[in-house]
Design a protein around this ligand. Sequence first.
Ligand code: ATR
Length: 279
Amino acid sequence: MNFSGAAIVAGVCGWPIKHSRSPRIHNFWLKKYGIDGVYVPFAISPDRAADAFRALPDLDIAGLNVTVPNKEEAFRAMHETDRWAQRLKAVNTIVVRDGVLFGTNTDAFGFLESLRRSRPGWRADKGPVVVLGAGGAARAIVAGLQDEGAPDIRIANRTAERAQALASEFGDPVRPVGWEDRADALDGSVLLVNTSSLGMEGQPPLDIALDALPVEAVVYDIVYVPLETPLLAAARARGNPAVDGLGMLLHQARPGFRDWFGTEPEVDEALRDHVLGTF
Ligand code: ATR
């Protein structure tokens, strides 16, 4: 809330920032709901990020989204954090409240919400899940699935140590499986999530045989450029439900918008089309 009578200001910070889709999402919502606000990209290098966050209250900025590589620095710079930020040791949404910097992480929420909207009735506690990759996105997704009661979370990553580290940090039921065993790990699973950059524009496709994957299992690719990755095309071709990565990007934006601008925003086809227009 701001008391100056001027437009509410929020934004996104990262380094670089020019590829961020967040301004397109939030400015679409500001226009749709007729809110007197602006949402701007800020290019802030990691060594300047903590100072920039501390300046937010004096600048009367309502808050920021934080993207690569500033999420960990943001976590350290906050006055208060919630359990998601603490669990992931990373903040992607800062809300300024009475001069206090409050940090949360909405990536797990974004993932789970997009999954629930695409596959109503889908439940994590129905069987094993397989997560490919062990970077920042994998952390959020694994935490979300663990929270939802997934009974067996199998993480396969090219660099085995990172999968092991994630499993040790999060504990039961998260466990590493060898990258070379990724196809066998699909046996009996209810969900396959690709969090690696494989399949992204300019990257090699994800090489994985889906034969062991039950045909009811959901295949979720967090890549959204292109929207239809070779993995999703292969999944659809054999009858598996497929979910693309755009939903996670759109849903993770909702809590920040609500807290800064005071309106619960909606993710719909018009927003999807608007954001897709930039790809
Ligand atoms: P993010 O934070 O978006 O998850 P990241 O930390 O850079 O991004 O993680 C990218 C993921 O893609 C990692 O799991 C990476 O595997 P490594 O930990 O072995 O680097 C995975 N990845 C990238 N290129 C890959 C490739 N050619 N083959 C297999 N995995 C790859």
